[in-house]
Design a binder for this molecule. Structure first.
Ligand SMILES: NC(=O)c1ccc[n+]([C@@H]2O[C@H](COP(=O)([O-])OP(=O)(O)OC[C@H]3O[C@@H](n4cnc5c(N)ncnc54)[C@H](OP(=O)(O)O)[C@@H]3O)[C@@H](O)[C@H]2O)c1
Length: 273
């Protein structure tokens, strides 16, 4: 049974990076059959059409599946922003998304920050998105966004978080302003599955090490969006919903943090930790 944040975001979703074409559609459809009700896509992943196709094939009502997409940093200019969102809706085949994120802040403010923040708010006000948020935002940019859009306007900040990169500074800040973080790459691209401490805790709970990593991140208050194309792994990951970790287990996993960032392109902002 998937829980949701107080804002209605299912805390365990499906990542779709790399799940393109017919194979991608099949993986997303399998995930919907397994029970996933939150799908994360982006303009730059080329998976928006697979998400729409899988949703239609599933026969599920639109209202039962939470869809997130992200505006690419190449579409932040005023003239490009809204048409790109409208195109995303057309590609997915829906009249709104449940959550619309800015994928990356414009590097060195090449596009004025205020302009695309206003456009994000307008997309929500026009009904193209039920909720809005950001991705890859450090604390300073979250504060700037809040000044422009108002406190509580953002529903999440999607950033890299996994047991090897727990990002304590931004987590503490997010907690202090009641902003849920979405942990992308929550399995560290599958590396968590070979971590001995996670494996040991997994044995005790009768689940996989990956499920323990996901259960830990949710216990820390995060939304998680693991990706897989494998039916068994989709099921194994979804089982994280039913895992309750005790304090000692949580403390042991907290100790795995080594600030190990895997995504750090040149356009990255200055990370907090
Ligand atoms: N906002 C951003 O800038 C940003 C950046 C990166 C990612 N994301 C989002 O976050 C999602 C998740 O990140 P990700 O897909 O890069 O990485 P991830 O979810 O951490 O790991 C996915 C990889 O792990 C494997 N895997 C999945 N379940 C497993 C299990 N139980 N045991 C062992 N291996 C397993 C998958 O292979 P198989 O398919 O073979 O199972 C896949 O190669 C993305 O799909 C995307 O939606 C966002």
């Amino acid at each position: 049974m998937t829980r949701t944040t107080k804002d209605g975001i299912p805390t365990l979703g499906l990542g779709t990076f790399g799940r393109t074409g017919e194979e991608g559609t099949a993986a997303i459809l399998t995930a919907l059959e397994v029970g996933y009700r939150h799908i994360d896509t982006a303009q730059s992943y080329d998976t928006e059409s697979s998400v729409g196709e899988a949703l239609r094939r599933s026969g599920l009502p639109r209202s039962e599946v939470f869809i997130t997409t992200k505006v690419a940093d190449t579409n932040l200019e005023k003239a490009d922003f809204m048409p790109s969102v409208e195109r995303s809706l057309e590609i997915i085949g829906v009249d709104h998304v449940d959550l619309l994120l800015i994928h990356w802040p414009s590097a060195k403010d090449a596009v004025p920050f205020e302009d695309y923040m206003h456009a994000l708010g307008q997309a929500r006000d026009k009904g193209l998105a039920r909720r809005i948020g950001v991705s890859n935002y450090p604390i300073a940019d979250l504060q700037r966004a809040e000044q422009i859009l108002g406190q509580g306007a953002l529903s999440t900040n999607q950033i890299e978080i996994h047991p090897f990169l727990q990002a304590p500074k931004i987590c503490a800040y997010a907690r202090s302003v009641d902003l849920p973080l979405t942990a992308y790459m929550p399995l560290a691209k599958g590396r968590v599955s070979k971590e001995p401490i996670l494996e040991k805790i997994a044995q005790k709970h009768g689940v996989t090490a990956a499920a323990i990593a996901l259960a830990f991140l949710m216990a820390e208050g995060h939304i998680v969006i693991p990706a897989s194309s494998d039916t068994q792994r989709l099921r194994d990951n979804f089982a994280a919903n039913d895992v309750m970790l005790d304090e000692a287990e949580i403390a042991a996993i907290r100790a795995l943090d080594r600030g190990d960032r895997m995504i750090n392109p040149e356009k990255s902002p200055r990370w907090d930790d």
